[in-house]
Design a protein around this ligand. Structure first.
Ligand SMILES: [Zn+2]
Length: 415
């Protein structure tokens, strides 16, 4: 299924897709060095501009999120299923989407550390999700961003449970990956919460010693996770409903009705947020045409190859301001993977220059609309429940010839 604006023909199994048109040896190295230098220059120029407007932006975003949460919880005091209750759910859901995405994910990447403000400190900020900040920094900031789409190292490629290409050997457990993914989407917050414990290895590990190490890892991580679960459950499903009960009683309505309205509203908002986050995250790296890599590909990896791998393994979601905000600027997944510590609002401004650099070096710049990307991801989850399929591993090399992209999916190679 061709969904990417710049999609190239699907590679044959185990054949690097760009191998036939690559420059080799020192000319490849020189081009990669020049490629890296252009991206370094772009980052340096952009970071030199970071300052007051970015600080103003993140402070306003924080207050907007807090304001929306307050308004939403007041709306939830109306009876469940009333229009005002649904509006409360929607506003609460949007505030939670902004909190976990545009605010927390970016703050935890250290994008605002330069402000020296504890509210925006990457190492200490904790977000409104069940995943602990320590687990997130290890599984996302380190493993995923450093080893993006490297099979066996980036566990985000299929999250240890979902087979997305023939690069992963088929096992009978993959037969149930579609219902597993659906349930995973509904409880995404909690699935990501336990993700770093690598629970699936209790099933997949054959070696007794390795299994014992997994159990030891789970025992070590569990107390921290249990504390975070407890905090989230108490906040959304005990304390806020109790406050709802008190306000409802003061207003002359029954306290039980107020408590139930707030409790069910939080549950609905969290489920909707989970499903949205699941879709956005799965569309960032799993649509058809996005590359994966083998561990041998990153041996002695240079800066140029690292940049190139990030671009080849990521895909942008096309859309305007609302899409950018509601995805936490993961609509610019490519720019985020190139410069994860750059304030996210800057991605929109640098994207045309990243695209232009890619065009000059013949690197495809993956992007597509959400309506095109998501069915492609869903199809892969369904298709790879069964054995067979295509390997999508590609060599991390610059094509020898430039690729001209006219922005509408027609890709031509120029001499
Ligand atoms: Zn990230």
């Amino acid at each position: 299924m061709a969904v990417l604006v710049n999609a190239m023909p699907a590679p044959s199994p185990h054949v690097p897709a760009v191998a036939s048109s690559t420059a080799t040896g020192s000319s490849q190295d020189a081009r990669l060095a020049a490629f890296a230098a252009e991206l370094d220059q772009l980052k340096a120029e952009t970071m030199a501009q970071v300052g007051e407007p970015d600080a103003r932006y993140i402070v306003r975003l924080l207050w907007a999120i807090r304001g929306m949460e307050t308004v939403a919880r007041l709306m939830l005091l109306s009876a469940p299923w009333w229009p005002s209750w649904w509006l409360g759910v929607l506003v609460l859901c949007v505030s939670k989407v902004l909190q976990s995405g545009e605010f927390a994910h970016n703050v935890m990447h250290g994008q605002y550390d330069w402000m020296n403000d504890p509210r925006f400190e990457g190492k200490t900020h904790d977000w409104d999700l069940a995943c602990t900040k320590e687990d997130w920094r290890h599984s996302h900031n380190f493993l995923h961003h450093h080893y993006t789409n490297v099979l066996g190292l980036d566990r985000d490629f299929g999250y240890g449970a979902i087979r997305l290409s023939a690069d992963v050997p088929w096992e009978p457990r993959h037969l149930i990956q579609l219902p597993y993914a659906i349930v995973g989407a509904l409880v995404f917050e909690w699935a990501i919460g336990v993700y770093n414990m690598e629970l699936e290895r209790l099933v997949t590990e054959r070696d007794a010693e390795a299994k014992a190490q997994v159990k030891a890892r789970i025992r070590a991580l569990w107390p921290n996770y249990r504390a975070k679960i407890g905090f989230q459950v108490k906040k959304d499903y005990v304390l806020w409903p109790l406050l709802g009960a008190a306000v409802s009683w003061l207003l002359g309505a029954g306290p039980l009705a107020g408590a139930l309205s707030v409790l069910t509203g939080h549950a609905m908002a969290n489920v909707l947020r989970n499903v949205w986050n699941f879709i956005v995250i799965f569309c960032g790296h799993f649509p058809a045409g996005v590359a994966t890599f083998e561990q041998a590909d990153i041996q002695g990896e240079t800066k140029g190859r690292w940049y190139l791998r990030q671009i080849m393994g990521s895909v942008n979601i096309q859309g305007g301001f609302m899409m950018q905000m509601l995805t936490g600027h993961l609509s610019h997944q490519i720019e985020h993977h190139l410069f994860p510590d750059m304030p996210s609002r800057r991605y929109v401004y640098i994207a045309p220059r990243v695209h232009a650099i890619c065009q000059r070096y013949g690197v495809r710049y993956n992007s597509g609309s959400l309506l095109a990307l998501w069915p492609s991801v869903a199809w892969r989850v369904l298709r790879y429940t069964l054995p067979g399929g295509q390997c999508i591993r590609q060599a991390v090399t610059l094509p020898g010839r430039a690729i001209i992209d006219d922005g509408v999916g027609d890709q031509r190679k120029a001499a």
